[in-house]
Structure formats: structure tokens, C-alpha cells
Design a protein around this ligand. Sequence first.
Ligand SMILES: Cc1cc2nc3c(=O)[nH]c(=O)nc-3n(C[C@H](O)[C@H](O)[C@H](O)COP(=O)(O)O)c2cc1C
Length: 258
Amino acid sequence: MKRVTTFVGSARKKGTYNAVCQFLKDLQLLGEVEFEIIPLSDYRLGTCRGCQLCFDKGEEFCPLKDDRDMLIDKIMASDGVVFASPNYSFQVSAIMKIFLDRLGFVFHRPRFFGKTFTSIIAQGIYGGGKIVRYLDFVGNGLGFNTVKGSCVTALQPMTEKEKEKIDKVLARQSRRFYERLVNPTYPVPTLFRLMAFRMARTSIRLELDENSRDYAYYKDKGWFESDYYYPTRLGALKKAAGSLFDSIQTKRTRSRHS
Ligand SMILES: Cc1cc2nc3c(=O)[nH]c(=O)nc-3n(C[C@H](O)[C@H](O)[C@H](O)COP(=O)(O)O)c2cc1C
């Protein structure tokens, strides 16, 4: 049995919620899946004040006392995660963005490796493709194994033709997602993701002191010595690229301080 948690950034049960329900229905036709739908507006989520205590000292020092940790526990207990939002003014909804900001420290200390992720955007007319790419990028940054998301478009009330098109898009997405959910992988990183890891860890090693939370996290995970966040087989080219990224970032960091 696989567990999927869906975070919904709309306060009403309409376009986004219906798309999520259709996606989950399709998923359950493919195999044994249990799910939970989390309407973010039903939870207490404070607006980040930008103090950065979570980055520097640790997330438990955040002055906001809200449901952040409960929601993170739900992610940790899941095999698959979906972030779904309406397109509001060419971006995710405000409540979804507040949630993403509450997860900001996880970009510094990624942790959702091996969990499958995807995104769903519901919109009236235009602009959702970019939001899907944004959310998929966010998923990667948090450590998830990301399956390409979808954007569904319809003005209300939806026509039969629009509904058919949306159902097809969601059925395809659920198949992609299910494949990954039942075969969880720790993929060999792309060059971009390898670069992001190697440059971040070089900065952390050279710029932060041992008491900083990011430094302690990287040390604890063995990331100062590893090729990547998790064991993976880098080919000769990526090994060489990794060393190059280490030395470029070392030079950049030293020149910042000279
Ligand atoms: C404040 C607001 C901003 C919106 N901005 C856009 C937009 O930029 N592009 C678009 O195609 N639809 C936009 N819409 C339409 C919604 O994306 C669309 O109605 C969507 O289905 C709403 O999702 P929901 O039914 O889950 O609330 C906007 C709607 C609202 C309320």
C-alpha cells in the first residue's frame, strides 16, 4: 500500500480540488494507494517574517507557532506528495506560497529523497505552464523525485469537451506518477542538480562555522565527503564535473573574502 498526500492551495472545492480528486481516482485504479487531501486553508500557517533563524540556528527556533511541523510530518509519512494550486495572477495561490515559504529551510537542508512528487495547477485561461515548472523545480529543491506536473484549463461552468481533455491529462499524469511511486528511485543527478549540491556544500564548508545548522546537517549526513546527497553512480564525466564545481565554488568563495 502506497500513501499519497495532496496539499491543496484553494479555499474552495472546485477546479483544483476536483482535479486532485480525479487524479487520485485514476491512481487508485492503477494499484493500492491510500491518500489524504490537505486543504491548506484548514491549517494554521503563519507568514514568514524573514528572520532566517531556521536557516542559521534551526527550524525549531522559528518564532511562528503554527501547523508547519504537522504538515512536514505528513510529508515524511508519505510515499508520494502532490502540491496542487489554482493559478492566481500567474502564480500559485497565496496560501500555497505561504506553505512553500514555511518549507524554506528544507531547500538548505533537503530531506524528501526517494519520495515521489508532482504538481497540479488549475486555471481559467493562461499562464499555468510556468507555474507547473516552478512547482516541479521546488519539488526537486526539497529533495523529491519529481514527476512532471500538469496544468488543467477550464472556465466555469466547464464544457464536456474541456472535462474530457482534463480527464485525459490527469489520467496520463497519474500513470507517470504511479510508475515512479511503485519503483521509487534515487536517480543519478542531472548536471544542474549535481552543480547545485556541490556549490552549496562548498559554500557551507567554507563560509559557515561549525555551529551553524546547515553545517551540522551536512556533516551529520556525511555530505562533505559524498558525491551527492545519496549514494549514486556518477559516470566519469559527472565525477570530473563534480570536482570542477567544487573548485569553481572554492575560488568564488575565496575571492568574495579577499
Ligand atoms: C485572484 C484570482 C486570480 C486569478 N488569476 C488567474 C490567472 O492569472 N490566469 C488564469 O488562467 N486564471 C486565473 N484565475 C482563475 C483561476 O485560476 C481558476 O478559476 C481556477 O480554476 C480556480 O481554482 P479553484 O476552482 O480551485 O478555486 C484567477 C482567479 C482568481 C480568484
